[in-house]
Ligand binder design. Structure first.
Ligand code: FDA
Length: 373
């Protein structure tokens, strides 16, 4: 008999398994996919680690989380500095002095602030009624038109005028020439790739791939005293209150053998409305790759239907209310622990899911990990 059946080999499941095994618990971890790692998995194509489920850049300001991951891998010092391509015009992101100089020719922070203030004033929006008005009221019309509108409309599959204003509470604007996207103290890509983290976490753990919990639920549940479930919470309860909704993505990946540098940057956002994809990722740049060819992935946002890959939870009122109902059931379970992005219907960055897994483990196993010396 196992102590834990862990459903899902993503970060949440792998951390739980790793720590439970350290406490001499017997674990079986399963995944319906044919590989470990959940969405941080990379596929080796032509010697390049391809981020199969979307670009993943690790970042955190929490030194404890950073130290925790550094037990398994070192990081390569990669700094995320995405570029925006608006109809062939190139802008630096996040919005900073380089962006403002390119947009308006301004040189000093004072000039940039005045330009933005002027545009906000000209727009004259007092109470934004939708995302478009909200964005213009925060950064003015130029940044909105060239760098926000098209991208956001593609992402959500709807006109910005039809999207609620709360989606954009804040637009980070920097009045310096810093192109580093994240404000965090630590960031990077693991040397050797993300797969290495999960493989190391799961050393000594019994793993079954290509194993869907729901195809053999009774038998699998019978194998362990407790289940740690990181799949979709609504599916666990047979969708009894209804389906939780997501946004999905399709990736079109191309191997380009005759070109070793397609776009000169790992991430280029296409911010016009007409280009059907939102981003092109050139994977080798995450690891300063010197391979002969290159691999790129175009990212197309798509409607989610049950059966498609669920990427981003839609935390609107309807879905949050639905989740609340499932959570009441989950909280009353004695022998099931729900975790991870699908088990708690929450968008987590990697550092957040790691923190959440460690807190869960600490509570479940009565150990101290995050604050141990
Ligand atoms: P994850 O989805 O990774 O793992 C769940 C696992 O459970 C999967 O392997 C799945 O196959 C398995 N499973 C589900 N149902 C099952 C069933 N019925 N039976 C068996 N197995 C089942 N974060 C960040 O910090 N920096 C970044 O740059 C990005 N980028 C990014 C891009 C995109 C497009 C997305 C959607 C997300 C990111 N993230 C990110 C977030 C990151 O992907 C996320 O924090 C972790 O992958 C979450 O790990 P989990 O273990 O929760 O889920």
């Amino acid at each position: 008999m196992y102590d834990y059946l862990i459903v899902g080999t993503g970060l949440f499941g792998a951390i739980f398994a790793h720590e439970a095994i350290k406490c001499e618990k017997k674990c079986l971890i399963i995944d319906k996919r044919d590989h470990l790692g959940g969405n941080i998995y990379t596929e080796n194509i032509e010697g390049i680690n391809v981020h199969k489920y979307g670009a993943h850049i690790f970042h955190t300001s929490d030194e404890r989380i950073w130290n925790y991951l550094n037990q398994f891998v070192e990081f390569n010092g990669y700094t995320n500095s995405p570029i925006a391509n608006y109809r062939g015009e190139i802008y630096n992101l996040p919005f900073n002095m380089n962006t403002f100089n390119k947009l308006w020719g301004v040189i000093t922070p004072q000039e940039a602030k005045e330009k933005i203030e002027l545009q906000k004033k000209e727009a004259g929006i007092k109470e934004p009624r939708n995302l478009e008005e909200q964005a213009i009221s925060l950064v003015g019309v130029d940044i909105y038109q060239k760098l926000i509108k098209g991208y956001t409309e593609k992402q959500w599959g709807r006109a910005a005028k039809d999207l609620p204003s709360f989606i954009i509470n804040r637009i980070p604007v920097r009045f310096n020439y810093d192109n580093n996207y994240f404000n965090d103290k630590f960031q990077g890509i693991p040397i050797g790739g993300y797969n290495l983290i999960i493989e190391k976490m799961l050393e000594g753990c019994e793993v079954r791939l290509n194993t869907d919990f729901f195809s053999n639920r009774k038998e699998l549940e019978g194998l362990a005293r407790k289940t740690v479930f990181t799949g979709m919470i609504d599916q666990y309860y047979d969708y009894k209150f209804g389906l939780l909704e997501y946004r999905s993505l399709d990736f079109q990946t191309e191997v380009i053998k005759e070109n070793d540098n397609y776009q000169g940057n790992a991430v280029v956002n296409y911010t016009d409305r007409e280009t059907p994809y939102t981003r092109i990722i050139e994977h080798k740049h995450f690891e300063f790759g010197t391979q002969k060819g290159t691999v790129i992935s175009k990212e197309f946002p798509s409607e989610w239907k049950n059966g498609c890959e669920p990427y981003y939870p839609i935390n609107d009122q309807r879905n949050n209310e639905l989740y609340r109902q499932y959570k009441v059931l989950a909280d009353s379970e004695q022998n099931v622990i729900f975790g991870g992005r699908l088990g708690t219907y929450k968008y987590y960055d990697m550092h957040q899911v790691i923190a959440s897994a460690l807190v869960t483990v600490e509570k479940e196993l009565g150990v101290e990990i995050l604050n141990e010396k």
